[in-house]
Design a protein around this ligand. Structure first.
Ligand SMILES: NC(=O)c1ccc[n+]([C@@H]2O[C@H](COP(=O)([O-])OP(=O)(O)OC[C@H]3O[C@@H](n4cnc5c(N)ncnc54)[C@H](O)[C@@H]3O)[C@@H](O)[C@H]2O)c1
Ligand SMILES: [Fe+2]
Length: 426
């Protein structure tokens, strides 16, 4: 099969500004929406972002149906509950107000109520599901993020924990992309510091992974354009967004976590989340995310400070960043120059660094952020031991969609070595 010769950029429309949430009713009215499903989680429902959305809808004469039962780190079961709720109360548009858990749930609700599949797994990524293409356009979906992290407001990806398999997986289609992302930096002021840290480290890893992913030109060329994956591999457009996201993370992440009243740092981090979303949404992520899926799905007792205590969970950004230093020490050999560029964008002094040390320098820089932001010291600190490695490897293997984008292929033995290296971070 011939190598790929083209790359494409797809992203949601984005609008940024403090207070911009008040425009949502007017946007939906212009889209012809009369009755809208507002999706959020139990912790956010009484807070200002949701109230601002409801007021704006009311002012525009749009009827709102509220679903506030999104599970933080959603599962197939929580997706199904949201879909059942929405199926029983048809609407012609959706607003998601919350973090990635809320926005991803809203995307699934949009797809499954618009084109109900014969089986829940029909749209889910292969080999776990059938990866059937989304048959047509979905309803308007406006995303109002309240974390600065996932970039889900701009991507066509929806991630959930597949409880039957003890691994996270997802649904990916450009058609899942929100119609519009409303970036309102006022909303992130109330994030607990641990949520600000974890979601900020998710941005960091999105950007480094998409910048170091295999080049788009080394993938096979698709038979027709509709089969070109959203995760295309690194390409000149996504590089720009990923590098700029890293520069912002270097300048603003610690400030935004330390001081929620630092309006400038918070606003910049909100932009960085979407920038990295545009970057990885068109290039893809690789091993740190692929390995994070079993790490988050197989956790047995860890409960994260700052997050709801109703179930054991590892915040997504933490599960990703715990793998990142080990991965980049491993992948740097495939493209040392890019790993050094990423380290430099993150603020490392790379002037006299030899290429052979690129992986160590990037890993050390990431570890500095982890220490400074109080992330647990490795997989061991969230309850994993060497005995868990075979199952962690097993849960990573089906994540082809992302792991095949690694600049250096990782076979099961190498994945095991990476998990071992990630047990203790410093
Ligand atoms: N679709 C994508 O492209 C994509 C990319 C990365 C991650 N994800 C997914 O997103 C999820 C993680 O999302 P997240 O990191 O945004 O966090 P989250 O949505 O899981 O929320 C974490 C916690 O923070 C609370 N919270 C959120 N905003 C708040 C605010 N402003 N004030 C007070 N509390 C607030 C929530 O109520 C929740 O308790 C994971 O399921 C992950 O797999 C998706
Ligand atoms: Fe992520």
């Amino acid at each position: 099969m011939a190598d790929e010769y083209a790359f494409e950029m797809a992203a949601s429309s984005l609008r940024f500004g403090a207070g911009v949430t008040r425009e949502v009713g007017s946007d939906l009215a212009d889209l012809g929406v009369r009755r809208v499903l507002v999706v959020t989680d139990p912790n956010l429902v009484a807070r200002a972002p949701v109230q601002a959305v409801l007021e704006s809808l009311h002012a525009a004469g749009i009827e709102a149906v509220l679903f506030d039962q999104v599970r933080v780190e959603p599962t197939d079961l929580s997706f199904k509950a949201a879909i059942a709720f929405a199926t029983a109360r048809p609407t012609d548009g959706i607003v998601a107000v919350g973090g990635g858990s809320v926005i991803d749930t809203a995307k699934a609700v949009n797809l499954y109520t618009s084109y109900p599949p014969a089986d829940f797994l029909d749209y889910v990524n292969a080999p776990i599901g059938k990866a059937l293409p989304v048959p047509g356009p979905l309803k308007p979906l406006i995303a109002v993020p309240t974390t600065a992290g996932t970039g889900s407001e701009t991507t066509g990806v929806s991630i959930f924990d597949f409880t039957g398999m003890h691994a996270k997986t997802g649904i990916a289609s450009r058609r899942l992309k929100p119609t519009l992302g409303l970036l309102d930096p006022d909303h992130t002021r109330t994030m607990p510091p641990q949520v600000a840290a974890s979601s900020g480290l998710d941005i960091l890893s999105h950007a480094v992974e998409s910048f170091t992913a295999i080049p788009y030109s080394s993938r096979p060329r698709p038979e027709r354009p509709a089969l070109r994956p959203a995760y295309q591999g690194a390409n000149p457009i996504s590089d720009i967004w990923s590098l700029q996201a890293l520069r912002i993370v270097a300048a603003c992440l610690v400030r935004a976590v330390d001081d929620p009243d630092d309006d400038e740092a918070r606003a910049q981090m909100m932009l960085a989340a979407s920038y990295a979303g545009v970057g990885f949404g068109n290039a893809g992520v690789h091993l740190p995310h692929g390995m994070s899926y079993p790490v988050s799905a197989q956790v047995t007792h860890y409960r994260a400070p700052g997050y709801p205590a109703d179930h054991p969970m590892v915040p997504h950004g933490v599960s990703v960043i715990l793998n990142a230093p080990a991965v980049f020490r491993f992948t740097a050999a495939a493209n040392p120059a890019r790993h050094l560029q990423a380290a430099a964008a993150l603020g490392a002094d790379v002037a006299r660094v030899h290429e052979a040390d690129a992986g160590r320098v990037l890993a050390d820089r990431i570890t500095w952020f982890m220490q400074r932001l109080g992330v647990p010291n490795g997989l061991a600190a969230i309850g994993y031991s060497r005995a868990d490695i075979p199952r962690l490897v097993e849960g990573t293997l089906p994540q082809h969609r992302v792991t095949r984008l690694s600049p250096r292929p990782a076979e099961p033995d190498q994945l095991a070595a990476l998990f071992e290296d990630a047990m203790v971070a410093w």
